[in-house]
Design a protein around this ligand. Structure first.
Ligand SMILES: *Cc1c(COP(=O)(O)O)cnc(C)c1O
Length: 333
């Protein structure tokens, strides 16, 4: 793993803090919970896509792109961070938003990430639910190329081997923090969606022989599909890094029991996680990703999945700006 071989533009405030969560730990009665604050990466309220964009935007620049395109659901955190990165680097940004949830609340359609997309100067177009969005993205990118633009298309969630490099590098960052502080960790838990975060983390941890299992809590796909997506991307990422074969199938574990009714629809357990994290250690989760991850963590702790004496790191992938789009579900208005 020699990251200096790949173009990278610094966008994030890194390393992100690694902090204890004493009040949540106490409320749940162990294991000892720590939080890796990737909600604090700094770019336009932060989040996990910033690490991926350091490599993706550098590749776009290296290819001479003048416009980046990406796609996501209406409240995509990835789209918002891409729009901010493009602004910072003086590139245009065009976003394809899928109406994946069918939520009609004006706050959902205009507030939160959508508001920030606009503030960063991104242009947008919309698609109904259920299309192959990466195929739609390619079509739109071609439209810009036909107009003479040098368009760089970033897949949904920034999840390809280039983007996943960001999380392989995060594995190195985390292991360094654990080494410096002498903290032995037994598990890493985080929300998994388009798979790049888990694929990169697992690749990095495997290449470093860290021997810390990663548990992805799914937000959309059923377990077999989610694990297949993560594993395939991890294999491609390992190959890119020159360590092909380092990730074993059994290293990829997802639990998809906390999706509820579907992507972007908060379940009871999602709302409880938002409440509990906010009222114990003052941490803001988001209703689409990190709170489903948090719900999985809470429930698995209650079920005794982790030993009371063990130590768990919850990777906070960000997204709290999305809370302002979900005021109805949160019972605020
Ligand atoms: C995108 C996202 C995730 C999921 O990460 P993937 O790399 O897509 O699996 C988790 N949490 C938040 C807040 C996100 O925006």
């Amino acid at each position: 793993m020699n990251f200096a071989r790949f173009p990278r533009i610094r966008l994030g405030h890194l390393p992100t803090p690694l902090e204890p969560m004493p009040r949540l730990t106490k409320a749940l009665g162990g294991p000892e919970i720590w939080i890796k604050r990737d909600d604090c990466t700094g770019l336009s309220t932060g989040g996990n896509k910033t690490r991926k964009l350091e490599f993706l935007m550098a590749e776009a620049k290296a290819q001479g792109a003048d416009i980046v395109l990406t796609q996501g659901a209406t409240q995509s955190n990835h789209a918002r961070q891409t729009a901010a990165a493009a602004a910072k680097l003086g590139m245009d940004c065009h976003i394809l938003l899928e109406d994946r949830t069918g939520i009609e609340d004006p706050n959902y359609k205009l507030n939160g990430n959508v508001l920030l997309d606009r503030l960063h100067g991104a242009t947008m177009e919309h698609r109904p639910a259920g299309l192959d969005m990466n195929a739609e993205l390619e079509k739109v990118a071609q439209r810009f190329r036909d107009e003479g633009r040098n368009a760089y298309a970033i897949p949904g969630g920034g999840s390809n081997p280039t983007g996943a490099l960001g999380y392989a590098l995060c594995a190195l960052e985390l292991l360094n923090q654990l080494t410096e502080t002498g903290l032995a960790v037994d598990h890493i838990v985080h929300a998994t969606g388009s798979a790049g975060t888990q694929a990169g983390l697992v690749t990095g941890l495997s290449a470093l022989n860290a021997q810390i299992p990663v548990l992805g809590i799914g937000v959309r796909a059923p377990k077999p599909k989610q694990e297949e997506n993560v594993f395939n991307l991890a294999c491609a990422t390992a190959e890119k890094l020159g360590c092909a074969g380092v990730v074993k199938r059994e290293d990829v574990v997802a639990n998809c029991d906390y999706v509820g009714e579907g992507y972007g629809i908060p379940a009871e357990s999602t709302l409880e996680a938002i409440d509990l994290f906010a009222r114990t250690d003052g941490i803001l989760l988001d209703p689409v990703y990190s709170a489903k991850g948090g719900a999985g963590l809470i429930d698995l702790i209650r079920k005794g999945h982790f030993g009371k004496e063990e130590r768990v790191v919850f990777l906070h992938t960000g997204g709290a700006i999305g809370l302002t789009a979900y005021t109805k579900a949160l019972g605020v208005i």
